[in-house]
Ligand binder design. Sequence first.
Ligand SMILES: C[S@@+](CC[C@H](N)C(=O)[O-])C[C@H]1O[C@@H](n2cnc3c(N)ncnc32)[C@H](O)[C@@H]1O
Length: 262
Amino acid sequence: MTGDLFDAASMYDEDYLHFFVGPESGGAPSHGPVVGTAYTGATLAADLVRGLLGLEPGMAVLDLCCGHGALANELAARGCQVTGLDSSTVFLDRARADAVARKVEVDYVAGDMRALPDWDGRFDRVVNWTTAFGYFDDDGNRGVLDEIGRVLRPGGRLAMDLDNQVRFLSSYTPSRVTARRANGDMLVDRHHLDPLTGRFEVERTVVRDGQARTLSFLKRLFGFPELRDWLTAAGFTAVTAYGEDGAPLRADHHRMVVVAER
Ligand SMILES: C[S@@+](CC[C@H](N)C(=O)[O-])C[C@H]1O[C@@H](n2cnc3c(N)ncnc32)[C@H](O)[C@@H]1O
């Protein structure tokens, strides 16, 4: 397993839920590169996944990097046998509590996407949503694709929801206020693009209850042809890409949903 390029636990924590999840979260920022989801709520994302992956009740679905479980719980409500894996215990606790409240069953597992459990060929479908891929060096990122291929059954299918690089770069700003709450809490991000690595690096200041802390994170940006070639090298076939509306990927889509078959 390759080393961590940032501390995921300091990024995907209770502050993240405070600013991005729930009725007061305020949604995506109105300027700068759209970081995060283009789907309001999990219903639209689940509709898209169902359409693109031919989801049927009873299918075994892995939500890889499931976060706080919004999509996993929604897919379970639609009759899938869902497993959600994530490294954040804060998020998993929230996911489990929401599953109980919704009366759905999801097997939530703490783990690392680079080394999945002994699940060879277990899943009919894998979803990886809201730019939950590209956090490591390229060997590490490619290793994650190998792991996905290992846990999918032959003929199983994958959908990955990522930033659409073309649109993302066209709205690039060197900094921005990413989230702001009525009480003065805010997230302020300073951005750095490294064209040599394809990484979008962020230095974030979290202001909450008058206290400030900083953290950093990064993600790899992918054009479709590069990720298609990586997936093909990892043994996937029929690699295609769509936008957030399910139409074939265009430059003006915010999201790039890459679909592939094992
Ligand atoms: C941008 S969030 C997306 C979460 C979720 N898929 C969603 O749509 O809301 C990225 C997720 O990846 C998880 N993550 C980061 N590094 C991870 C790792 N090495 N293994 C598993 N999960 C990881 C984080 O905890 C976080 O939940």
